[in-house]
Design a protein around this ligand. Structure first.
Ligand code: GA4
Length: 329
């Protein structure tokens, strides 16, 4: 039994992990400069719903600049940070994830992002003149990652051999697309030092959107579930991006791609900072298998719904729920 000295910890399930999940050497790597990028990416989406992108052309300074601003923000006194919260669902949040009782050893900032023109809903602190570096780092990062997402989604269409090439990417770049950006900080947890326990940083879940583009500092913690349900640790790589297939892309591909279950286990030792851009379609968009992909006698595995309907249902669910379940035929 561990004795918990911080009452907040009571609320977060401790996971006993004498042996951490196996470090996975099989994360698919897609080198965007290679001619086989489109094919590899499709293979990865089918097998894992997850892959790493290298040679993406985004300067590592863009990531470092924004990370430094995030670290500054998270090191402010709690009263300062709490002025931007509680996240409902946007703004600063601490330990509470979503509105339905999920908890994690994490604090975060959540922004809504529009793509045309590129902008985000600012919290009050971002309006201060002193936040000008944060603002410019954020814009620079969002705009670069948005281009990357668009490139990845075009390659996906190419790999799936469907036309037009922007059939998926246009869903996330249109004026009405529903983007979300998240900065997460998993603080060290001194009480756990020397124990056999680690903490739920961010509990297991799938992302509701089309794709999510993640970058983290050089700390471990991200785990993905393989097809057989086993959990593996993703080795960190601060210069690359990791891409998750979300629920909406699973539906658009009629189940060919899998929406990957993932979680973050905080080991309590090091501080983990991650930034994730979630690319969702316009609210009115029908989420249904792409007709170009469907075989002659193939039926949709899902009932018809719009992104608005799906997102509303998702935000009423618990983190670990199988959100697509109720939409399956
Ligand atoms: C998971 C993906 C994104 O982080 C997020 C999350 C959102 C939140 O943190 O408010 C949700 C979660 C996410 C899915 C189910 C609901 C909503 C927490 C939660 C319990 C911002 C999103 O869009 O969906």
């Amino acid at each position: 039994m561990v004795v918990l000295t911080d009452p907040a910890l009571d609320l977060i399930s401790l996971i006993r992990s004498p042996k951490p999940a196996a470090c996975f050497s099989g994360v698919p790597v897609v080198d965007l400069t290679k001619p086989d990028a489109a094919a590899r990416l499709v293979e990865a989406c089918k097998e894992f719903g997850f892959f790493k992108v290298t040679n993406h052309g985004i300067p590592v300074e863009f990531m470092r600049r924004l990370e430094a601003e995030a670290v500054n923000f998270f090191s402010l006194p709690p009263v300062e940070k709490e002025k931007s919260g509680p996240a409902k669902p946007l703004g600063y949040g601490n330990k509470r994830i979503g509105a339905n009782g999920d908890m994690g050893w994490v604090e975060y900032l959540l922004f809504a992002v529009t793509s045309k023109p590129l902008s985000y809903t600012p919290m009050d602190f971002l309006r201060e003149p002193s936040a000008c570096l944060f603002r410019s780092a954020l814009k620079e990062y969002l705009s670069a990652v948005r281009k990357l997402a668009s490139q990845v989604l075009e390659l996906m269409a190419q790999g799936l051999e469907i036309e037009p090439r922007d059939v998926i990417s246009k869903l996330v770049t249109s004026e009405a697309s529903d983007g979300i950006f998240r900065l997460n900080h998993y603080p060290p947890c001194p009480v756990l030092r020397g124990s056999n326990y680690s903490l739920t940083g961010f509990g297991e879940h799938t992302d509701p959107q089309i794709i999510s583009v993640l970058r983290s500092n050089n700390s471990t913690g991200l785990q993905i579930a393989l097809k057989d349900g086993s959990w593996v640790s993703v080795p960190p790589d601060e210069e690359s991006f990791f891409i998750n297939v979300g629920d909406s892309l699973q539906v658009l591909t009629n189940g060919r791609f899998r929406s990957v279950r993932h979680r973050v286990v905080a080991n309590g030792m090091e501080s983990r900072v991650s930034m994730i851009y979630f690319f969702g379609p316009p609210f009115a968009e029908k989420i249904a298998p792409l007709p170009q992909l469907m075989g002659e006698r193939e039926h949709s595995l899902y009932k018809e719904f719009t992104w608005d309907e799906y997102k509303k249902a998702a935000y009423k669910s618990r983190l670990a729920d199988n959100r697509l379940g109720p939409f399956e035929k």
